[in-house]
Design a protein around this ligand. Structure first.
Ligand code: ATP
Ligand code: MG
Length: 415
């Protein structure tokens, strides 16, 4: 679980603001959800026999002996909120939420125990048009931020009925190679053979590669749904590859599943993943409501943005006021307030705690500001203020106090 330090938060906030802006431009509204839910919600939705539920949840009894769990993902809570607040009956909803998720995983680069997701869900839509739009929306995010090195993989998991036949073929196949399976997979063979396919054990990969694939067992309606999605993606010039082994680690998915993966972040390559979950609302006690969504891992998203050379836009103006002497100090307070009034979005730091001119200039430099604004007795007497560039070798200039705002506007506009 990481502290996200001041040197990182500006980038996080910038990227989050872009995500929010783009989601809003497709008609998504924010919902804020609790971090805790009843354990049963996750067991029923994600599935008892999944890595998340079996090994990764932070679960505890509260003072009333109710079993609660820190959310490992957002979809279950979103659906629960939709049902308990009556948002789904005869309505469509496009919602986003963001915040920390918790999974007891083996921590490594790009894989943490508290991590963050930006999550969008479209409830009440059968697709495949919304499936395409959700993917196009994610592609717009990459485009807007200059993020490359991502590849889109898609697959269809069909409907539960067509999966029964597929399941049988998987059980046949894995039973034939049972002696080569690891402990988890042997257990899952009976309970949930599909989950063998998302095993992360490298020794299992060869066996998994050769297993039958769902795409060969699709029902006609799902095949048509999938074809239409591919047509819409192609028409939008979105490149994708069919990955018949993409099954996702949660049980609630059906039909469309997809993942944006990168080779730029080492082995934690999934940056944004999602899929359709037409049965989940009903399973959790609501009326049948088709739905689809995706979740972005923010840590991986930020890392990829940086690898791709992305930068965080700086403040509109960034200055540090240096004031020596009681009278100058007092005036500096009102200048700082005036700048904050007239240059919204700027960063105005006033030297606090006094100090010599030299030590104040040192702090100004350390603050990262573009300019030091220098106010001493001399300047005060002449109603002037010194403007000293801190990031270039340029000379300090003197500016009339009442021309300061205009001068800064000009300097920062041309920067
Ligand atoms: P992975 O295959 O890497 O374990 P996942 O399939 O478990 O990912 P999802 O449940 O689909 O991941 O979550 C959506 C996104 O959240 C992932 O694409 C990834 O970017 C991010 N994510 C998932 N688990 C973690 C984690 N432990 N730490 C950081 N990011 C994560
Ligand atoms: Mg995982």
């Amino acid at each position: 679980m990481n502290d996200i330090l001041p040197e990182q938060t500006a980038t996080w906030r910038y990227l989050e603001s872009v995500l929010i802006e783009i989601a809003a431009s497709y008609g998504y509204d924010e919902i804020r959800l609790p971090l805790l839910e009843h354990t049963e919600l996750f067991a029923r939705s994600i599935g008892e026999v999944t890595d998340i539920v079996e090994k990764e949840m932070y679960t505890f009894l509260d003072r009333n002996d109710e079993s609660l769990t820190l959310r490992p993902e957002a979809t279950a809570g979103m659906v629960r909120a939709g049902i308990t607040n009556g948002l789904l009956h005869n309505q469509k909803q496009k919602l986003w939420t963001t915040g920390p998720m918790f999974r007891y995983e083996k921590p490594q680069k790009g894989r943490y125990r508290q991590f963050h997701q930006f999550d969008v869900e479209a409830l009440g839509y059968e697709g495949p048009d919304i499936d395409a739009e959700l993917i196009i929306m994610s592609a717009r995010i990459w485009e807007r931020l200059g993020i490359s090195r991502l590849k889109l993989e898609i697959n269809s998991l069909g409907m539960p009925e067509s999966r029964t036949r597929y399941r049988e073929s998987l059980v046949d196949y894995f039973s034939g190679v049972k002696s080569e399976l690891d402990q988890d997979s042997i257990r899952r063979l009976e309970q949930n053979p599909l989950r063998i396919l998302d095993s992360k054990n490298p020794e299992m990969q060869g066996i998994i590669e050769a297993a039958p694939v769902m795409i060969d067992y699709l029902d006609d309606a799902s095949a048509e749904h999938f074809d239409r999605l591919k047509t819409l993606l192609s028409a939008a010039n979105i490149e994708f590859t069919l990955n018949p082994r993409l099954v996702r680690g949660l049980d609630y998915y059906n039909r469309t599943v997809f993942e944006w993966v990168t080779d730029a972040l080492g082995s934690q390559g999934a940056v944004c993943s999602g899929g359709r979950y037409d049965g989940l609302v009903e399973k959790l006690g609501g009326r049948t409501t088709p739905a689809i969504g995706w979740a972005m891992g923010i840590e991986r998203f930020v890392a990829l943005y940086e690898v791709c050379g992305g930068e965080t836009p700086s403040a509109a103006a960034d200055v540090y006021l240096v004031a020596v002497g009681d009278a100058a100090e007092q005036t500096a307070f009102s200048i700082a307030e005036q700048l904050r009034d007239e240059l919204p979005g700027s960063r105005v730091e006033l030297n606090l705690g006094g100090g010599s001119f030299k030590s104040q200039m040192k702090r100004a430099d350390k603050s990262g500001a573009e300019f030091a604004l220098v106010l001493g007795e001399q300047e005060l007497a002449a109603s002037q203020i010194g403007v000293k560039p801190l990031r270039s070798g340029d000379e300090q200039t003197s500016v009339a106090m009442d021309a300061l705002v205009a001068t800064l506007r000009e300097k920062f506009a041309s920067a």
